[in-house]
Design a protein around this ligand. Structure first.
Ligand SMILES: [Zn+2]
Length: 286
């Protein structure tokens, strides 16, 4: 059993070897733990895409993790700085210590308005009142299946609103494109063609303008960028960040989210004057 819900990634041969050795111990410990906690019903596994997503509970509400695990083999923006973890101290010296390095935009992370617009808010200046917010989820997986370059349109948003009600001011709008399922396969996730153009879905500029009108706090997606892979002008980035909205990229487990009623908790690193930063993101389900 893997305690890590997002680890569909391929481990290195070395990690794999170590994992094999640990396996019986992990199983034994897990069952002991589950046995001890079973009566308290702290864990209630949800199954998405045939794989268990670990949850926790507050009262009768489930909490899910929308964060990808950070490791050396995860996909990152071409030309960017990958995640690397280096061991500094090992147990034979008394304890374990690593250092890690990555670009601000590697892994599950937030773009601050300062990312594109000088003078707009840096990552440390986004207040917690904008980081614990109602989350609405628009699912376009059926459109993406036949068109990886699909861009959410304003008409898609109004169609969604006709069914679920108008998006309220102060909401975070999350786009579930299904792309999060590819995160364990960097080549499929980046999806670059022979002309070095990437192919993955995004928010179209007209939908971004409508969401600014709705006065959302921000938008989020399960791909490398809010703009679709083929974008060269990053129009959606420009529209949202100019209006001081934030953006979340590389979100995980979005199939766990209902269209409305969830609350997102975005634990972004408060890096002083940062343009972007990694975040651990949870959703409390209705
Ligand atoms: Zn971005």
């Amino acid at each position: 059993m893997n305690n890590n819900p997002n680890q569909a990634q391929v481990p290195s041969a070395d990690e794999h070897q170590k994992a094999k050795g640990r396996f019986p111990l992990v199983i034994a410990l897990t069952f002991t733990l589950l046995g001890a906690l079973g009566s308290l019903a702290i864990f209630s596994p949800l199954v998405f895409e045939g794989r268990e997503v670990q949850t926790a509970k507050i009262g009768d509400r489930s909490i899910v993790d929308l964060t990808h695990t950070m490791h050396d083999d995860m996909p990152f923006w071409p030309g960017g700085v990958p995640f690397t973890k280096t061991k500094l101290v090992d147990y034979d010296q008394g304890y374990l210590l690593h250092k890690f390095e990555m670009g601000e935009n590697t892994g599950t992370h937030i773009d601050a308005p300062a990312h594109f617009i000088k003078g707009n808010r840096s990552i440390d200046r986004i207040p917690i009142s904008e980081l614990i917010v109602p989350a609405v989820t628009i699912d376009i997986q059926d459109k993406v299946v036949n068109n990886p370059d699909y861009q959410l349109s304003a008409a898609d948003v109004t169609r969604w609103e006709a069914k679920h009600g108008q998006i309220l001011a102060g909401s975070l709008v999350i786009l579930n494109t299904g792309w999060h399922k590819r995160f364990g396969n960097p080549q499929a996730y980046i999806n670059m063609d022979s002309n070095k153009v990437m192919h993955f879905p995004g928010f179209g500029a007209d939908s971004a303008k409508l969401l600014v009108e709705r006065d959302v706090v921000g938008i989020g997606i399960d791909t490398l960028s809010l703009d679709y892979g083929g974008s060269s002008d990053f129009a959606t980035h420009g529209i949202m960040l100019k209006e001081n909205k934030y953006q979340i990229e590389n979100m995980a487990n979005l199939d766990a989210l209902p269209p409305t009623g969830a609350t997102a908790i975005i634990g972004v690193l408060p890096v002083k004057d940062g343009s972007q930063a990694q975040a651990r993101i949870f959703a409390i389900l209705p």
